[in-house]
Design a protein around this ligand. Structure first.
Ligand SMILES: [Zn+2]
Ligand SMILES: [Zn+2]
Length: 381
């Protein structure tokens, strides 16, 4: 079938993106779903910093690629052998199509699924090569099995979680990356207990989802750090008990926690911020890295802190999530009013405004902007 997708053909760090326009809407040919795959009409797709990391080359992916990894939509067609999903179901898409049977999946770590990582690295789908072609007849790669900045996508069954129909799809999309990653780091990777102290560095969609996770876990205090005052204000509204600008954070966190937080979470993807988070972690505490820095970057940490102070540094990919288990839990918390995920949504706009949305995120002005692939330009601001 013919559909429209936002395609990246060359990496660029030229800003503003509203002028360099790295993403182009193209009419593309999308193959029919094969065995184990679904055709999804994308209704909403969130713009995440990892998308910009592909645009500026920090995250190396095969090009051309149809970007977008945080999306929700309605199932339009079901391939052979698909179970547990039917036409008309609402689905949230996730960016690791965990196979369920590899060594990592079998060890209870589906976010690290080996075949999923291979398919994502190759820009293909879990069950076969790319189904996307440009007007020139040449292959366009899928972005982590989702390619959600599009009117339609074919995805592996394993990339889709069926969600209740009363959850607005604009909100549902955010569960697929921001919530899975940020809340999961707190509840799964760190297993924060009531009364433990938490500090979150970097208040985009992922970091604010960590704040929500810490509030749900009854952590105390819950401290949030970001240079942008409006993001600190939103963190307070979401239940953070104190907020600091980065330059005040080390002293502020240590004063409030009697020497450092038991858990610190880093969502900026900047080594200096991860080092700052590590410095504000108390003896015996744990620093959790969620952000994705450029692969060439390295860290500088006091070597003695590990054995000498019992400190730990752990990585958290996709919130150590099991999406089929976790997304329904987070939706239940949203429904109960305990995780106001819709508050992360700072704007909705038609897909045509994707470059402007990328610029706004890169400039630090937005938390989560949601693109609506079927909205007419100018219809919604
Ligand atoms: Zn993301
Ligand atoms: Zn697997």
């Amino acid at each position: 079938m013919k559909t429209v997708a936002a395609v990246l053909r060359a990496i660029t760090d030229k800003r503003p993106y509203g002028e360099s326009r790295p993403m182009q809407l193209e009419e593309v040919e999308l193959g029919a779903p094969r065995a184990g795959e679904l055709l999804v009409r994308i209704e909403a797709a969130g713009v995440c910093h990892s998308d910009i990391s592909v645009v500026d080359g920090s995250r190396v992916r095969p090009l051309p690629m149809a970007l977008g990894h945080e999306a929700a939509g309605i199932v339009e067609e079901v391939g052979h052998g698909v179970r547990g999903v039917k036409v008309g179901d609402h689905v949230v898409l996730t960016f690791v199509p965990s196979c369920g049977i590899c060594g990592e999946c079998s060890s209870g770590r589906p976010a690290l699924c080996t075949p999923a990582a291979a398919a994502n690295g190759a820009g293909s789908l879990l069950h076969g090569p790319s189904l996307l072609k440009g007007a020139d007849g040449k292959v366009i790669h899928h972005h982590v099995g989702v390619s959600g900045f599009a009117r339609h996508a074919v995805v592996a069954r394993e990339s889709a979680v069926v969600v209740p129909r009363d959850l607005p799809l604009e909100t549902a999309a955010l569960f697929g990356c921001a919530v899975l990653t940020g809340t999961g780091a707190v509840l799964n990777t760190a297993s924060v207990r009531p009364g433990q102290s938490v500090a979150v560095f970097g208040l985009g969609g992922v970091g604010l989802a960590s704040v929500m996770g810490a509030v749900v876990a009854n952590a105390w205090p819950v401290i949030a750090v970001d240079p942008v005052p409006a993001k600190r204000e939103l963190a307070l509204q979401l239940g953070a008990t104190a907020v600091f600008a980065p330059e005040e954070a080390e002293k502020g966190v240590k004063d409030l926690t009697g020497g450092g937080a038991e858990f610190t979470f880093e969502a900026a993807g900047i080594p200096a911020v991860l080092e700052a988070a590590f410095r504000t972690t108390r003896r015996g505490g744990t620093t959790v890295a969620m952000g994705l820095p450029h692969p060439s970057r390295t860290l500088s940490l006091p070597a003695l802190a590990f054995a000498g102070l019992g400190q730990s540094l752990v990585g958290s990919y996709m919130g150590s999530a099991s999406p089929q288990r976790d997304i329904p839990r987070y939706i239940a918390l949203w429904r109960a009013g305990r995780m106001p995920v819709d508050r992360l949504q700072s704007a909705t706009m038609p897909l045509e405004q994707i470059n402007e949305a990328f610029e706004s995120l890169a400039a630090g002005n937005a938390v989560r902007q949601v693109l609506l692939p079927h909205a007419r330009q100018g219809a919604k601001g």
